[in-house]
Design a protein around this ligand. Structure first.
Ligand SMILES: [Zn+2]
Length: 347
């Protein structure tokens, strides 16, 4: 059985880096638009184009423009709950076992609901779906004077930590608003013992990764540009801070031209804790299986290496040890189905 068929069959994938607003399907967008009383184009093709980045996207800033429509469709508790529910149902149908879904509650308060209401609504959607998922709450770097909102997001993370929320994040236009402007976010999170991941080393270079790790980040969103510098790569190795690699998204935002340009093997050979996620299922028109299929084809990954990447994700998850053990058991059972192939590949 070839790797492609095995990836298609496996039911033990994990997403550590997945944005709720970047993962609204056409079908879900229509349901949300009904709730929000927003008129969408009748043609599904046209709507898909509105949710998906174009092939000539030039950078992360242009990529981020695709979030305005889905964010506008999620401005009430009912629509946020529905969006989270729909995404979880889709993840379940894709054969995933666990996901950490992120969103920025402060972007969903335009019609007057509070950040806390937005968080509770998303949690309720996850719970109703029955899918094993937690929330990462994103603080935003978007040029507005939002330090008050960001600090509220960190405090909300602490309040709901272990109750469906597992960490916070810093998201947005990295190149325009570097980590150095948001040290207060990291300090607050550290003070409250809240785990955090930081989008770094995507639009900006390796310095951004060093800055995030040195400021206590527990994971790095993307982090791929650490490969540009020996010191940054060594720091990832020594600290074992996992990186959340999102291949298609990196091509969309022109970090790399081709999937084979992503320094996946470099990091794996070095011993860096590499995990794989899809970032935005609708904006990047992808899903986790697609990401693994692309990597397997570009790097001729063995079954052993696929398993290693999946196990890395479980180990890097913001969850407790007993939950990780349960997830590892699913991984073992799933790969057990291919033990013949597995042993063969191991030689
Ligand atoms: Zn992201």
């Amino acid at each position: 059985m070839d790797i492609k068929s095995i990836i298609s069959e496996l039911n033990c994938f994990t997403e550590l880096h997945l944005h709720l607003d970047g993962s609204v399907s056409v079908k879900s967008a229509r349901e949300l638009a009904d709730i929000e009383n927003i008129i969408l184009p009748e043609s599904d093709e046209e709507l898909k184009d509105m949710l998906m980045v174009s092939e000539d996207c030039s950078d992360l800033n242009e990529y981020l423009e695709k979030f305005s429509l889905p964010v506008s469709l999620m401005q009430s508790e009912k629509s946020i709950e529905k969006a989270a529910y729909n995404l979880c149902c889709e993840l379940k149908s894709l054969g995933m076992m666990y996901a950490e879904i992120r969103f920025a509650p402060q972007k969903h308060c335009e019609k007057g609901i509070s950040q806390e209401c937005a968080v509770r609504a998303a949690l309720s959607g996850i719970e109703k779906s029955g899918f094993d998922a937690q929330l990462i709450l994103c603080c935003m770097r978007d040029g507005s004077d939002n330090s008050k909102e960001n600090l509220e997001t960190v405090k909300l993370t602490e309040k709901y930590l272990g109750k469906g929320v597992c960490a916070c994040d810093l998201a947005g236009a990295e190149a325009l608003f570097p980590n150095s402007k948001y040290l207060y976010v990291f300090e607050e999170a550290a003070k409250l013992n809240v785990p955090y991941t930081v989008h770094s080393g995507e639009a900006l270079g390796y310095e951004s990764v060093i800055e995030a790790v040195e400021n206590g980040a527990h994971r790095i969103g993307h982090g791929v540009r650490a490969a540009e510098n020996h010191e940054a790569s060594e720091l990832l190795l020594k600290s074992q801070v996992p990186i959340e690699v999102c291949p298609t998204s990196n091509i969309n935002t022109c970090v790399f031209k081709r999937i084979s340009d992503i320094p996946l093997r470099y990091f794996m050979n070095l011993g860096v804790n590499v995990t794989v996620s899809s970032d935005n299922m609708s904006v990047s028109a992808t899903n986790i299986k697609n990401e693994y299929l692309k990597l397997a084809a570009a790097f001729e990954l063995s079954l052993d290496e696929i398993r290693l990447l999946i196990e890395n994700s479980v180990k890097a998850a913001f969850t407790d040890e007993s939950h990780k053990e349960r997830l590892m058991e699913i991984v073992s059972a799933e790969f057990g189905r291919y033990s013949g192939e597995y042993d063969k590949k191991r030689g």
